[in-house]
Design a protein around this ligand. Structure first.
Ligand code: NCD
Ligand code: ZN
Length: 364
């Protein structure tokens, strides 16, 4: 209702990133302006080193983010806890009360899944007392829904981890904690899309979708060799999975929202024999979403997906500021460079992406 389109121009309320990795120190200072140019607020992921699992460390991180904002830019970081084994029910209460630092959610990483996930529980079902405290405080759980190690401690097939989670773990969690608010992060498979479409409920069970899982499929992630900039968790899946995710967002459901999972890594970690998981999409995230929604004829659903459904889940009002996008081709020709001269390569870079990639929508 608030979206209008005149001559391929689109003005929407400022987007809300329900899943952003901002890192710390010089990386934070380098990447934050790209997120702040596109998003008014973001749910800030806590998988720093060490992880954020107390109100004091969250407050220090929030202050560091605010200090890293260039003059004239605004961005509100919404802080989260990492579900480590040290996180206590008392800390949840302090975070909910917000007197030291308001905590908006708790993120669960499956053990062994991604960078810095070694502090997590092997199974979310073990975190009983903390989950009960969150239920009482109405604090959402953000779930990286993949099984990486099975009960015997063996590696799961990385293309099957999400399916196994949705089939075997999630139903048990929902049954045990019927009042817990849950966001299923970066859904990447047809099975996850089927699940959320059936079971999703505004304010109770929602899902985020990344721009890269909507735009790419795994044939591209391996086209002409190994594509480091598309290497992330969850892995980018098949064309059929991508089509199912597109069909999901095209429905305009109130419990599906944008979460970019932008996850910057230095060149040395991306272009190494053991490439770090994480797609750095902040320089094009909103533009990619607009492109996909345009391709599927769903631009009228874009604003709710980007700017309304996310804040509503966290009990917040949509932004009052706006951004304008235009249908205009552009390319990413440069890396983002930290003050120490470290390159961070964005998705779609003309050389290091798939090659000469063009984005079709631009923020003006
Ligand atoms: C994330 C990162 O690098 O922090 N990487 C990723 O591939 N998504 C971690 C995460 O969100 O799981
Ligand atoms: Zn993430």
């Amino acid at each position: 209702m608030y979206t209008w389109r005149v001559n391929d121009s689109l003005t929407i309320r400022k987007p809300f990133d329900a899943h952003v990795h901002l890192r710390r120190a010089s990386t934070l200072r380098a990447v934050l302006p790209y997120t702040a140019a596109r998003f008014g607020r973001g749910i800030v992921m806590p998988n720093t080193e060490p992880p954020i699992d107390s109100v004091e460390t969250a407050a220090a991180y929030r202050d560091e983010i605010l200090a890293a904002l260039p003059a004239g830019m605004s961005f509100e970081p919404l802080m989260t806890f990492y579900l480590t084994k040290n996180l206590t029910p008392a800390e949840i209460e302090k975070g909910a009360d917000g007197s030291i630092c308001k905590i908006h959610a708790v993120k669960s990483y499956p053990y062994g899944a991604t960078p810095n996930s070694q502090w997590g529980y092997r199974s979310i079902l073990e975190a009983e007392e903390v989950l009960a405290a969150m239920e009482r405080a109405h604090m959402p759980l953000l779930l990286h829904g993949e099984v990486h190690l099975n009960d015997a401690g063996e590696e799961e097939d990385p293309y099957d981890g999400e399916r196994v989670f949705f089939a075997e773990v999630l139903p048990r969690l929902l049954e045990k904690h019927p009042r817990l608010k849950i966001s299923l992060e970066h859904v990447s498979t047809a099975e996850a899309a089927d699940f959320i479409e059936k079971q999703g409920k505004e304010g109770r069970l929602v899902a985020t979708v990344t721009p890269h899982h909507l735009m790419y499929d795994r044939t591209q992630a391996f086209s002409g060799g190994y594509r480091a900039l598309l290497h992330c968790k969850p892995l980018i899946k098949t064309r059929a999975d991508r089509e199912r995710l597109r069909a999901l967002v095209a429905k305009g459901l109130p419990f599906i929202c944008a979460g970019t999972d932008t996850a910057p890594h230095p060149e040395s970690k991306k272009f190494s024999s053991c490439c770090a998981f994480g797609v750095f999409n902040a320089p094009a995230a909103v533009e990619m979403y607009a492109q996909v929604f345009d391709e599927i004829g769903a631009l009228d659903k874009l604003e709710n997906f980007l700017s309304v459904n996310g804040p509503r889940f966290f009990g917040l009002e949509p932004d009052t500021a706006t951004i304008t996008l235009e249908k205009k081709d552009w390319q990413i020709t440069e890396p983002v460079v930290t003050e120490e001269g470290v390159n961070i390569w964005p998705i779609g870079h003309v050389q290091h992406g798939l090659g000469n990639e063009v984005f079709r929508w631009k923020i003006v």
